[in-house]
Design a protein around this ligand. Structure first.
Ligand code: GLU
Length: 609
């Protein structure tokens, strides 16, 4: 019989929340394509001289092994991402894209790699419009070949390894090859994600059905699951190196399989060899700002999540009583909700691929602009603020797009014994991306992150699709510094809510002085247009009565929030990691310094394929 505890808890929550309504169970929609894991409350933590936090225990342990063998955070990251491609294919993989913030301890430099997907050269601005010119229904669009961007993940991993790796590339891929070949027990989340993908629609993909829906059902929970095709792709990658994905055996295989899929979707004009060969990881400058008595550095455009996170913190920073607040203070939560909404208004309007050099990221964070926005925010009850006009803009040059939200993403955060730190957010967009598999890899559907309508009200939309462009993202891997030294690193999936989730975690860590496990486990709130979403059944209970968070002009709703924060924080000279219990996140650390040190010191340099 089912334990009454969760029901009772939900009832008490509802009573304490007065008229708060819970969202319908397990919706599958643009707003909620992936949910949090029900009933998980244990928060995985670990502390030591080196720490790995990822969304899956197999990925974390494989990456920790790499650190124990003297690898850097970059080596461990390659291993973690490759393993995740096998064991958590619903959220990220080799045919997706991502962003990396990498603190290079030796150079004392923060590096930013942009491995976001790119629109192929034959794509057109209206590729996700119906023949009559209407935006395609979201679910329909997520399955389109026209939604698949030229993947950046392998290029990013290769570049990170070339620049900051220490162990041989081929070795870093071995754990993933082993798991894909010999198999692993599918996790409950993987099986739930397969069911979710089936509900969203997988009928268009024969390869997906053959691998993930044998006999029309997800694979049995008690049997080893293998992906031999992906194992062979990983072996080729291990042998030939990352460039093979773009100009080599693998690129030819990818082009062949994409061309074969074209027959099922005539509107898709296909990929050219140049699309893959010209893909480039971009080195960008981090977006940094002094906030909450720290220097917070995050992902610049094409991420709007970084701008949104820093604006949210900057608006919060304007409240004089914030430093005295605690997690039980309704004023701080309400201020956070408001700041999220105001930051969203700007970032979702202004930010797009900076390829045309017109994104006013610095102006949106300028202190005098923030002061003006804060004054308007305090004076206006509006739950749906309009974007502002930062310095240099005297009018609104773009059409105003609709808001929306997507998910299918993962976060890996690593600190190694050399002091290097990787904060990496990686995505295939929706759960299992487009559900198309090529060479055993889940193909992303990241191009649904472009505005579907290229013009609105006669004006171009900033984030419109153009060949060679990268779609605007909300992913925001972040590092926090104090006195020039890194003290915290984090990131999370969560689609358009990412800056909401990260601002709440940073508020908890930096202002409320909550320890890492509480910082990730405390509830989330997310200001979504007219509505304030309060987390239903959070890992740690709400630290205040929910009726204190209800305000008249923004109705609140209880809903599960599927964040996946991976956080590391330096406390008293030691690194502490905490993984979000809303997914299958796991933190592991090297705790035994003495036995390990000799191996690190005598390590050979890498030799690449
Ligand atoms: N595609 C989204 C983005 O780049 C991420 C989706 C997610 O976080 O689940 O912002």
């Amino acid at each position: 019989m089912r334990s009454p505890a969760p029901l009772l808890r939900a009832l008490l929550l509802l009573l304490s929340a007065g008229s708060l309504a819970a969202a319908a169970a397990a919706p599958v929609s643009r707003d909620d394509p992936e949910s949090s894991d029900p009933g998980r409350k244990r928060i995985s933590t670990a502390a030591g001289s080196a720490v790995v936090v990822s969304a899956n225990p197999l990925a974390t342990s494989a990456a920790l092994r790499v650190l124990k063998d003297g690898g850097t955070a970059a080596d461990a990251l390659v291993t973690a991402q490759a393993v995740l491609a096998v064991v958590e294919p619903q959220s990220s993989g080799l045919a997706g894209g991502g962003f990396l913030l990498y603190w290079d301890a030796k150079q004392q430099a923060l590096n930013v790699l942009d491995g976001r997907e790119v629109a192929p050269e034959r794509s057109r601005a209206g590729d996700l419009l119906s023949p009559s010119g209407e935006p395609l229904p979201w679910r329909d669009a997520t399955a389109r070949l026209n939604a698949i961007g030229i993947p950046g993940t392998v290029a990013l991993l290769w570049e990170a390894h070339q620049q900051y790796g220490r162990l041989p590339w081929a070795g870093t891929l071995q754990p993933a090859i082993q798991l894909a070949k010999a198999g692993f027990m599918p996790s409950p989340r993987l099986l739930r994600s397969i069911s979710l993908a089936q509900r969203i629609g997988a009928g268009h993909s024969k390869t997906f059905q053959e691998l993930y829906l044998p006999g029309g059902k997800p694979p049995p929970a008690d049997q080893i699951f293998r992906n031999p095709v992906l194992a062979s792709t990983l072996e080729t990658l291990a042998r030939n190196g990352g460039p093979d994905f773009y100009q080599g055996t693998l690129s030819r295989l990818i082009l062949r399989e994409m061309a074969a899929l074209q027959a099922s979707e005539p509107e898709f004009r296909g990929w050219s060899a140049t699309d893959l060969a010209s893909y480039a990881v971009l080195h960008r400058q981090p977006l940094c700002s002094e906030q909450l008595a720290h220097r917070v550095c995050t992902m610049p455009p094409p991420s709007s999540g970084g701008v949104g996170l820093l604006q949210t913190l900057a608006l919060l920073n304007q409240s004089t009583d914030l430093t005295l607040s605690s997690a039980a203070d309704p004023k701080a939560w309400l201020q956070l909700a408001k700041a999220q909404a105001w930051a969203d208004a700007d970032r979702l309007y202004w930010v797009h691929d900076p390829i045309d050099a017109t994104v006013p990221a610095a102006a949106l964070l300028n202190p005098s602009y923030i002061r003006t926005r804060f004054k308007s925010m305090q004076a206006t009850p509006a739950a749906q603020p309009l974007p502002g006009l930062p310095a240099g803009m005297d009018r609104y040059p773009y059409g105003h797009p609709d808001k929306g939200r997507e998910q299918g993403t993962t976060q890996v955060t690593v600190v190694d014994e050399f002091g290097n730190i990787a904060s990496y957010t990686s995505s295939v967009e929706t759960v299992f991306g487009s559900r198309h598999l090529v060479a055993g890899m889940v193909m992303n559907n990241q191009l649904t992150d472009f505005a579907f309508e290229p013009t609105i009200g006669g004006q171009p939309v900033a984030n419109r699709r153009l060949p060679g462009r990268r779609p605007m993202s909300s992913m925001a891997p972040t590092l926090v510094f104090r006195n020039g030294k890194p003290v915290l690193a984090l990131g999370s999936p969560g689609g358009r809510s990412i800056p909401h989730l990260l601002s709440r975690v940073l508020l908890a860590s930096l202002i409320w002085n909550e320890p890492p496990q509480r910082a990730v486990g405390l509830p989330h709130l997310s200001s979504r247009g007219q509505r304030l979403v309060l987390e239903q059944d959070p890992p740690l209970v709400w630290p205040l009565p929910l009726n204190q968070l209800q305000i008249t002009n923004q109705p609140a709703r209880l809903q599960r929030i599927g964040s996946g924060t991976a956080l590391v924080q330096k406390i008293n000279g030691r690194w502490h990691g905490a993984a979000d219990p809303r997914r299958e996140g796991t933190a592991m650390a090297i705790t035994d310094l003495s036995s390990h040190h000799s191996r690190v010191q005598t390590q050979d340099l890498k030799s690449d394929p």
